[in-house]
Design a protein around this ligand. Structure first.
Ligand code: BGC
Length: 670
């Protein structure tokens, strides 16, 4: 062994003995009573199909399995009544009465949906991020949930990947801060408190680096990039106390994450000291067969040995581990270790004390979708918007005159929440038209749709897999366009709301072309051609390529997918009740060919000339500059500032030390 490996192995031993010392007597006593089948049962996570099924399998005979002690937790079940029914089966009808965990994907709000995580991160406000997570926890626990499949902290530098919407962008430091704030928001000080839930940091690891931005694809990454850029946010979540970890679908160093011993044991437990439990992603255990690692029995044994504790949906553990034990492929100690971790999570959640502690029937009414929560969602949305351009200082608009509100997203309730909001309800969302009417009631606001989100019926069919988000109008594109242009011409100012439908980003929603769809580009061209002042409200779950629109004489406000208070929040900013303050957390490329493009790229030995001019035998492109359209950190406000007198408190620092940076900020505008 190399000295470093020896050291790590020793550290591992020390850590596992520290963990052993922390063992919970109640859990140890319970383990003594459990049969091997009951232990394996705790490693099984099922969904009866109440939420979004993101794979091909939905669990069968769930009630029977709970009774038989074959289930450790459920997801996709919510509401005190439904959760109670399932919990009662576990507690009253299974031999040992071990309560279940109830998981859910509460990604950006529970019922009170706030902006998609990429938007929320653009606030750069960790206190707000924590408050958002706290609110989500309060609502979810009121509905019986005690385990959240969040935060998603995958660094993403490829906006083709639809799940860039679910994270905090490209930067490891910022993403780490967001990860920490979210874990603290969900878990609070005491996991047994009735308004806190277990966090689950995902997707471990490197999921955001899937090749070609195509979901579930391979990842191949050297250790320098891995440790410096991609791993820090997971580590930060664990340091903040995250109780669980979810593996990713991709491979890491050639081995699928779900069965990767280096990742799940050497790194996560032995080096980082994680002592919670690890759950697979949706059937990612079974998918190891597709990766070429053997049949279900083989991959299940491999994953257990690697450090996986709980199997989501695939039932590989449930159906094969006993056989593997009998054949000597796993040991009882392997199974007990995983079971202990699941039981410990239940213990710290207070479920052994009272399995019904999250099931107070009066809570949903009291704690969900309150006025206070909606007000916070509105505030969070305003903080997430990024002003990309303010042509002729057109924004903010005055709350008067004739405003033409145009575009397929201007009055589209179904597209306000954004991806991964299955616990929200889009019918509760405020449209932009409604928001304008609420906030600028003195103005005359008229609406025309102007275009479909896309005219491409094949594309629309793919996007609409989970419900109709791209509605193709019965009228022809020409008729819609003419109506919009007429309205624009008779108005003082045009506000065009264009961009992506909700499911154009998110899981399995990758794009090779990340521009505004052609139908809406046509609309923009026609509106600008009227010569009227135009504001573009841009909605998307990812950075887009908008070079053409950026060159137009328009003002552009990026609003992501803002959540349930969408319209009100957008109106707050458009009419100047709040001065936009968001800054991009992921670079906006000029074109898809520049991807991956991000702010902390390493130097090359042949840098491009600073002038941006092309030079042969330098690191540059023949047909585009190296610089993006909009860099990381970019974002304007309604006034201007000047920064000066930057100084550092010392010239050198060592690891772990801090430094004070002082800068004078002057407001130089109105
Ligand atoms: C996603 C996870 C999610 C899980 C359960 C998977 O397809 O990758 O992020 O938590 O489904 O819904």
């Amino acid at each position: 062994m190399y000295p470093k490996q020896l050291l790590l192995a020793l550290m591992g031993l020390i850590l596992s003995s520290v963990q052993a010392q922390k063992r919970i007597p109640e859990v140890e006593q319970l383990l003594q009573k459990m049969t091997i089948d009951e232990k394996i049962g705790q490693l099984n996570l099922l969904t009866p199909g109440g939420g979004v099924a993101t794979g091909e399998v939905v669990s069968q005979n769930v009630g029977e399995k709970i009774k038989a002690g074959q289930v450790g937790g459920l997801f996709g079940v919510a509401g005190p009544d439904r959760v109670r029914k399932a919990q009662e089966i576990a507690v009253k009808e299974s031999r040992l009465g071990i309560p279940l965990l109830f998981g859910s994907d509460v990604i950006h709000g529970y019922r009170t949906t706030y902006p998609i995580p990429l938007g929320l991160s653009s606030s750069w406000d960790m206190d707000l991020v924590r408050q958002a997570a706290q609110m989500a926890a309060k609502e979810a626990t009121a509905d019986g949930i005690n385990w959240n499949f969040s935060p998603m902290v995958d660094i993403a530098r490829d906006p083709r990947w639809g799940r860039i919407a679910e994270g905090a962008g490209e930067d490891p430091y910022l993403s780490s801060k967001v990860a920490e704030a979210m874990v603290k928001g969900y878990q609070g000080e005491d996991l047994a408190a009735t308004h806190t839930m277990l966090a689950c940091v995902k997707h471990f690891a490197l999921y955001g680096a899937v090749e070609a931005g195509r979901d579930y694809n391979s990842v191949d990454m050297g250790k320098i990039k891995m440790f410096n850029q991609y791993l820090p946010p997971y580590k930060a979540a664990i340091d903040a106390g995250a109780a669980s970890v979810m593996t990713s679908f991709n491979d890491v160093d050639g081995v699928p994450a779900t069965g990767n011993r280096w990742l799940l044991t050497d790194l996560l437990r032995n080096q980082w000291g994680f002592d919670g439990f690890v759950v697979s992603d949706y059937t990612s255990l079974n998918e190891m067969t597709q990766h070429g690692l053997g049949d279900l029995q083989a991959v299940s044994a491999l994953a257990l040995k690697a450090g996986l504790d709980m199997d989501m949906v695939g039932e590989g553990f449930l159906t094969t581990l006993k056989k593997s034990l009998n054949e000597g492929k796993v040991t009882e100690a392997d199974i007990t270790k995983a079971c202990r971790r699941v039981l410990e999570a239940k213990y710290i959640s207070g479920l052994f004390d009272d399995p019904y502690r999250y099931l107070d029937f009066s809570r949903p009414k009291r704690d969900i979708l309150t006025m206070e929560h909606r007000a916070l969602a509105r505030k969070l949305a305003t903080r997430s918007f990024v002003l990309l351009k303010n042509h002729n200082d057109l924004l903010p608009l005055e709350k008067k005159g004739k405003i033409a509100l145009i575009g397929p997203l201007a009055d589209s309730r179904e597209n306000m929440l954004g991806t991964w909001a299955p616990t929200g309800d889009f019918k509760l969302a405020v449209t932009i038209l409604e928001g304008f009417q609420n906030v600028a009631s003195e103005a005359s606001i008229n609406h025309a749709r102007g275009a479909n989100i896309s005219d491409d019926t094949d594309f629309a069919k793919n996007v609409n897999a989970l419900g109709e988000r791209i509605v193709i109008d019965e009228r022809s594109p020409e008729t819609m366009l003419l109506e919009a242009v007429d309205l624009a011409k008779s108005s003082d100012v045009v506000v065009a709301v264009v961009g992506e439908a909700t499911e154009m980003s998110g899981e399995s929603s990758n794009r090779t072309d990340i521009s505004i769809p052609e139908s809406q580009k046509e609309l923009m061209r026609a509106l600008v051609a009227t010569g009227k002042p135009v504001v573009l409200i841009l909605m998307s779950g990812r950075p887009l390529t908008i070079s053409e629109e950026f060159a137009m004489p328009v003002s552009i406000l990026q609003v992501w997918h803002p959540g349930v208070e969408a319209g009100n929040a957008i109106a707050d900013v458009v009419f100047g009740d709040y001065n936009p303050s968001g800054k991009l957390t992921a670079t906006w490329p000029m074109n898809v060919g520049q991807i991956p493009i991000y702010h902390s790229a390493k130097n090359t030995g042949r840098p491009a000339p600073e002038s941006g001019e092309f030079q042969k035998f330098r690191s540059n492109y023949l047909d585009a500059p190296n610089t993006p359209l909009l860099p990381f950190g970019y974002g304007l406000s309604y006034t201007t500032f000047e920064y000066s007198n930057l100084s550092l408190s010392k010239r050198e620092i060592n690891q772990g030390e801090s430094i004070t940076v002082t800068v004078s900020v002057n407001k130089t505008g109105d």
